[in-house]
Write a protein that binds this ligand. Structure first.
Ligand code: SF4
Length: 767
């Protein structure tokens, strides 16, 4: 990698001197879902502290148990919590590994340069925050404050976001939007007038038919959803899984449809064709609540199962049978919208097809379909108004992505690279808990953006690759060591959950709320943080809803009864949707207004050339991508990823199980590390598959460095969704290299030819 003024610094070599890890073996690790009563030691000196998990976005509320010496014994679910139902998933129970990880960031670091060599030196909090305040002020004066952006992931980002808004910039983004769930949010807003958010309001426990299209419940381990799916199966629900891979969900399904990758919209249209042609749709629901049925009917009239067979390879009788099965269960039927939805660049249209199909089934607002979730809205203490901003991230992309309802992390990244088309580019980033080098595709582009920055602060618990490019690194303490905002995410009942420290922060780490408050004061924005300690804010907010910090410290979670009996839309009830027509829009008028197809269409996507395979990636139940692949508890369960290869492909290439291969993509990018082959019928012959988050390249991540392969470095072909800017990442193709490319074998010598003689090179234009 070419070095620049912002050389990558292997950060973890710093700050270890006086900060050795105290020996603290992890107790109470029990893989699998835990009930609160399962393994609690019978010890009156054991203390329990409320928390909500930060290992993934599901934010299950639970209890952290500590012994009399303050050692964490275990973390389990809170019985009153709707997200967890009293049980944590394997990753959540392993959360203590995040606290114990000896590779954690330990003290603030400042980039220095001496004799042309860049390095990090340890700094005090005061010095680091002074420098941040000074540089942000200088950059704001030289350019504009609006050229400072925050990338954030996780609970603490809200505090930093408020400070940035008070400072004068609203460019706050999270890769979990344009790189993940954005397309489905925009599609559901266009159709139903509201997005799905997290957790999705899918009434899986009451469903009679669950359709999963590329959604890996069981491997994604979204806690409540997995539990509800298991309940639904016990109650006899039909599961239909559409996936080129025989996933865990497929193994629980009545129907597994191993679809040809990139053809999902064709299948969705054919299902609509059957349901409309055979009049299996919910006529009363369509009549009363929807707009555009006739246009839809006309649109799908030729999209027959026979038409779709030629595209998807799913037989017409299977398409008909599965359409009838879901219609037979309707309205207690869910075509699940999934979560990681950025695949091929037409993802908003694919999710529109999912939304429309659900409407035909009459499942929106219905028991066993989608329930109407409710959120508790907390008051905030009085603060001055935020300054009015003249520009937003949108100004960097005039006329584009008009239907995006949140800022695009990739859009801000692109707008950091100077261009003649823009007056100003972003000049400073604050990056909170987001390893942008793996979360935003096209790493070369991200590094180019970073090299154009004048200043970058990274706040994290771990030395992720992004930290090596920072000017200042701030060590955040883990969720087990801090208070945070109250969790009020929506669910069947509105609720509130408390996170509080179970243990003192290790090393010299601090919570985000404290970092944000100190920074605000140094920037002269103290009025925007009108409390001395976060406990004052939490207690004040809780008192507004008739509770208190003292009460929440005892109970952890409080559910509040809904004011109205409106969990579902009742048969025949009047209901207005927040769309242009006040109806569920089968025909999306908002898309039409912006010049996009108001009805979803199938378009063909590039296929791999001979010798190449579509790079498919996903997740494992014991990891949350790169966030956990160094976690000592979770690496015990899975410490590397493997490459799923179909037996026919393996034979063609003479590959054997556990053989190490490197991958080369269509643009000639070769993986840094090899990956072991796993030969399995569970993957079709057009694709290979691996779990995302491995193959880390920071040597100081001792357990995860070089373990397995990082798919994100091979994602160089990014198909941007014109509707909302989502970055489609599944149009990358790879071939195998069976000898170490670092050995001085030149060019193709290192690349093994398959038995057909294909040397596995690809025309980029075709890819
Ligand atoms: S699903 Fe698992 S990892 Fe995610 S918040 Fe819940 S317990 Fe934690």
């Amino acid at each position: 990698m070419k070095t620049t003024r912002r050389d990558f610094i292997k950060i973890s070599s710093m700050g270890v001197g006086g900060l050795a890890l105290s020996a603290s073996p992890v107790l109470g690790w029990v893989p699998g879902f835990l009930k609160i009563d399962d393994v609690i030691p019978d010890d009156s000196k054991v203390k329990r502290t409320p928390t909500y998990c930060e290992i993934c976005f599901w934010k299950c509320a639970g209890w952290t148990y500590t012994d009399e010496k303050g050692k964490i014994l275990k973390i389990v679910g809170n019985d009153d919590d709707q997200h967890s139902n009293g049980r944590f998933c394997p990753r959540g129970t392993g959360g203590v590994g995040m606290y114990n990880d000896e590779d954690r960031l330990k003290t603030p670091l400042i980039r220095e340069e001496k004799d042309g060599k860049q390095y990090f030196r340890e700094a005090s909090w005061d010095e680091a925050l002074d420098l941040i305040s000074k540089r942000l002020t200088e950059i704001g004066e030289e350019y504009t404050r609006e050229c400072i952006a925050l990338f954030t992931h996780g609970s603490g980002g809200k505090f930093l976001g408020n400070v940035l808004k008070a400072f004068g910039s609203g460019s706050i983004s999270a890769p979990s939007y344009a790189q993940c769930k954005g397309p489905r949010e925009v599609a559901f807003i266009a159709t139903y007038g509201k997005g799905l958010s997290s957790p999705e309001p899918t009434d899986i426990r009451n469903t009679r038919c669950l359709v999963l299209i590329g959604s890996h419940i069981g491997e994604n381990m979204h806690n409540g959803q997995v539990q509800e799916m298991s309940e639904a199966i016990d109650n006899g629900a039909t599961i239909i899984t559409v996936d080129p891979r025989y996933s865990t969900a497929a193994s629980k399904s009545k129907y597994w449809l191993p679809i040809k990758p990139a053809t999902d919209i064709a299948l969705l249209l054919a299902w609509m064709n059957v349901i409309i042609k055979e009049e299996l749709y919910d006529k009363e629901y369509i009549e009363k609540y929807t707009f555009g049925f006739e246009q839809l009917k006309n649109h799908v009239k030729n999209k027959t199962p026979e038409w779709a067979y030629g595209i998807t390879t799913i037989k017409p009788d299977v398409i008909r049978k599965t359409a009838r099965e879901m219609a037979g269960a309707a309205p207690a039927a869910i075509v699940h919208p999934g979560r990681h939805t950025t695949w091929y660049g037409d993802d908003t249209q694919r999710l529109r097809a999912v939304a429309v199909l659900n409407a035909l089934l009459g499942s929106w607002g219905r028991k066993g379909g989608f329930y109407m979730s409710e959120k508790l809205h907390l008051k905030n203490m009085n603060t001055p108004e935020y300054p009015k901003m003249k520009h937003t991230w949108r100004d960097a992309h005039p006329g584009k992505y008009m239907l995006a309802d949140l800022a695009l992390a990739s859009g801000i990244c692109d707008a950091t690279i100077p261009s003649v088309d823009r007056e100003c580019s972003y000049k400073a980033w604050i990056v909170n808990g987001s390893n942008l080098l793996t979360t935003i595709p096209n790493r070369k582009n991200t590094i180019e953006a970073i090299n154009n920055l004048e200043f970058m602060v990274v706040i994290d618990t771990m030395p992720a690759e992004i930290t090596g490019y920072a000017d200042v690194v701030l060590p955040e303490c883990t969720y087990l060591e801090r208070y945070d905002m109250l969790r009020t995410s929506k669910h069947r009942k509105p609720s509130v959950a408390l996170r509080m420290p179970a243990v003192e922060p290790k090393y010299n780490s601090k919570p985000d709320w404290w970092i944000a408050k100190q920074l605000a004061e140094k920037l002269g924005l103290g009025d925007y943080v009108p409390y001395n300690d976060i406990t004052e804010l939490l207690d004040w907010q809780l008192k507004q809803i008739g509770s208190s910090l003292e009460e929440m410290q005892k109970i952890g979670v409080k559910n509040i009864d809904r004011e109205y009996n409106d969990l579902y839309i009742l048969q025949g009830e009047e209901h207005e949707f927040n769309t242009n027509t006040g109806k569920i829009e089968l025909y999306a008028t908002s898309f039409q207004q912006e010049g996009f197809d108001p009805l979803p269409n199938y378009t063909a996507h590039p296929e791999p050339l001979p010798g190449f395979y579509r790079l498919n990636y996903g997740r494992a139940p014991m990891h949350t991508f790169g966030r956990t692949t160094n976690n000592p508890n979770l690496t015990d369960l899975m410490d590397e990823n493997k490459l799923w290869v179909n037996p026919k492909v393996a034979k063609e290439w003479d590959l054997s199980n556990n053989q190490e291969v490197w991958l080369e993509n269509q643009d000639g990018v070769v993986s840094t590390f090899p990956i072991k082959v796993r030969i399995t019928e569970r993957i079709g012959k057009h694709s290979v598959y691996l779990v995302h988050g491995f193959g880390r390249f920071d040597k100081r991540l001792k357990r995860s460095y070089g373990k397995g392969l990082d798919d994100s470095e091979l994602i160089t072909n990014v198909m941007v969704d014109p509707i909302m800017g989502g970055t489609g990442m599944r149009g990358n193709f790879v071939t195998f290299i069976t000898e170490d490319p670092k050995l001085k074998l030149v060019g193709n010598k290192a690349r093994k030819r398959n038995k057909s003689g294909n040397s596995a090179k690809i025309n980029n234009k075709q890819a």
